[in-house]
Design a binder for this molecule. Sequence first.
Ligand code: NAD
Length: 480
Amino acid sequence: MSEHTLTVAGVAVDTRHWIGGERVASAQTFPDISPIDGSTIGTISRGTAVEAAAAVAAAKAAFPAWAGTSRAERARILHAIADGVEKRIEELAIVETTDNGALVRSHRRGVMPRVAHNFRFFADWLQSLDHEDFDTRGHANHVSWDPAGPCVLITPWNAPLMLATWKVAPALAAGNTVVLKPAEWSPLTASLLADIAAEAGLPAGVLNVVQGYGSEIGDALTSNPDVRRISFTGSVATAKRIAASAAANLTPLSLELGGKSPLLVFADADLDLAVDLAVEQYDNAGQVCLAGTRLLVEEPVADEFTRRFVEKASALTQGDPRDEATDIGPNIHPRQLEKIDGFVQRAVAAGARAVIGGHRKDGQYYAPTLLTEVAQDSEIVQEEVFGPVLTLQTFTGEDEAVRLANGTRFGLAATVATGDPGRAERVTARLVAGTVWVNCFFVRDLQAPFGGSRLSGVGREGGTWSFDFYCDLKNTVTAP
Ligand code: NAD
């Protein structure tokens, strides 16, 4: 085993970049720490502008051949990647859990199968993309979906491989080449993906993976004039930097950013269902962009809702995410934990009441928290915490519900619990959100447009919308 390999539960992971079909080491490394117990998993190549340039050059060199590969052949290779993921679900699950602390049971049964599905779905969707043909005064119009070129894909740590492949799969399916930059707090499964793609027969340079701190390698990727698309999932602050950097070349951007989504519970809702939906917002220790962290509950049922919520939330098991019985694992990093606690302590100092939680626990764990008596314009209601922290506000009637729900700078998602379909329709029509769930949560079809309004993002990905982003559409008009 080389000095550039680390092992997690017996799974070997190469710690170097993957550029042009070869492993490339940097002179410097950075430590990869497990949030489960703070132990160092290993050290990872710490990329700089040099590796960024090399990766984009490799993607550029590989582009013409890959773009010229038939749709059927691209789809065949994407399905082979999906096969490779499916064969390694257990390995991917344990590596990612060790790396980012998310539940192994979710990785085994939800996330990693979904990773494979990302490849299968976009491989198949590609086949159904129509070349539209229509006539203008006898002239034939023909619309084609041309691949755009090298794409830079930058992803966060909260669902590393899911979010990476949600971009990698359509970008490759469209005929583009890719430079993937995973988050420095969860670098490992992207490296395994490079192995799987190579084994599946993806030609050298079509998928490149570079590791490192965003602050050190990011600008060199996003300002490179050979890059034709940048798709980013992460924080608003980083998105602004990337947008400024991409502006130099007017590189088209897709931005999937943070949220502060509301979960509206009307008095006519099935209260048990509403409580289940609310408790679900603690999933992944609250590190979910879509989480409905603002519980908005109609006055007459607020006390009963709170009673049932506390009962259910108090029964959650918090602990080692490698244990199948665990419901809530650790938060990603000591810095993130401090940030979460800072939000909560400032809220409490400003008059909020912690009905449950409100404090750190041993290690990198934060007690699931519900804060009441919070003002709409307060920091805790307005800012994304990205931890297991929910607020509860009450409202009376639809107008107030909608006013509170829309009353932040975000617009990623919203959930509405009501027993009245007419109300669901009226309220949904007035909500500012990329996705609205009615009496459900987190049901996501890959053909649906996904993205956020306001500060939650720019553009939509999913199904045809992904191909819209990753392709240059061309209309050819031919005289009769
Ligand atoms: P982050 O913005 O700190 O980092 C995201 C990625 O950007 C990392 O890979 C990082 O290395 C990179 N990066 C940092 N600086 C960069 C720069 N100057 N240039 C280029 N890349 C740079 O975000 P995070 O803390 O990793 O993720 C959490 C955030 O992501 C939350 O706000 C969450 O809501 C959001 N998120 C959104 C979605 C969505 O689909 N809308 C999904 C998951 C997470």
